[in-house]
Design a protein around this ligand. Structure first.
Ligand code: NAD
Length: 258
């Protein structure tokens, strides 16, 4: 049991697909801290799983939202306004690129694949932050987006998702600047590799796990819960002086040169 007290907070956790999703680990620890949650899922395909998971939590409900649809984003925030009338935090744990864009040559990236990857994985944070900030007005709040070190370095095969993560991290900084005067903090959390549905689609993922274990200062991979604990830290008042930051939770892998 972790001892951060979020009993007076309510927030959105976006990107739960199944029990391996990073967003699910985040939701479990936020729940332990007492927060009220809306778990947001993409579509009917994942709805039954997410409903089953939400039922295990104390104060959680589920909401649908495909982030490529402006109407669905507007409807989500309208429902939250009616239900809570406020929001304390938003966790963005969403990414997608067509399988054809992962692995193979980055030179072969298609316009359509680029658009889709950047739309879902990076742009989506902007309208979501807009909707969330409106509900945070006058009270402040915190937003955290999940990212990966392929934004800064080359991870062969990660291709256009690296471009999307670079864009996402820039969006984090730009939003931190604009929302800071309203007391809203915006950060990124750069996670080391963990086994999830999205990770399964990345060619060379097992090698990535192996290389992190061998080269990271802690000589191991990180767990879902370690990522989740750091997200909870960032949305809590313990991180009240931090914004625009990209926090690496990767057993230290990112500091290594060779
Ligand atoms: P996951 O597959 O469990 O989560 C990805 C989520 O994105 C799913 O819930 C999916 O439904 C959602 N999603 C995709 N398209 C969507 C859309 N149009 N509208 C709404 N939701 C949509 O995998 P995960 O690894 O937990 O990924 C969560 C986040 O963590 C992603 O941003 C990912 O890039 C990031 N991340 C993962 C790793 C890793 O090794 N697993 C490492 C670093 C960062």
């Amino acid at each position: 049991m972790y001892r951060v007290d979020l009993a007076d907070k309510v927030g959105l956790v976006m990107g739960v697909a199944n029990e391996r999703s990073i967003a699910w680990a985040v939701a479990r620890i936020l729940d332990q801290a007492g927060a009220g949650l809306a778990l947001v899922y993409q579509n009917d395909r994942v709805k039954p799983y997410v409903e089953g998971l939400a039922a295990q939590l104390r104060r959680a409900e589920v909401q649908a939202c495909d982030v490529t649809e402006d109407g669905q984003i507007a409807a989500l925030f309208a429902r939250l306004k009616e239900k809570w009338g406020r929001l304390d935090f938003l966790v963005h744990s969403i990414a997608f690129a067509p399988a054809t864009e992962l692995g193979g040559e980055f030179l072969a990236t298609s316009r359509a694949g680029f658009r889709e990857a950047l739309d879902v994985s990076a742009y989506s944070l902007i309208p979501l932050a807009r909707g969330a900030a409106e509900l945070m007005q006058g009270r402040g709040g915190a937003m955290v987006a999940l990212t990966f070190q392929a934004s800064e370095r080359v991870f062969p095969g990660y291709n256009v998702m690296g471009t999307a993560k670079a864009a996402l991290e820039h969006i984090v900084r730009q939003l931190a600047y604009e929302l800071g005067p309203h007391g809203v903090r915006v950060c990124g959390l750069s996670s080391g590799p963990v086994r999830t549905l999205a990770a399964r689609g990345i060619p060379g993922f097992p090698e990535m796990l192996k290389s992190h274990e061998e080269r990271a200062p802690l000589k191991r991979n990180i767990t879902h819960d370690e990522v989740a604990k750091a997200v909870v830290f960032l949305v809590s008042d313990l991180a009240s002086g931090i914004t625009g930051e990209i926090l690496h939770v990767d057993a230290g892998y990112h500091i290594m040169g060779v």
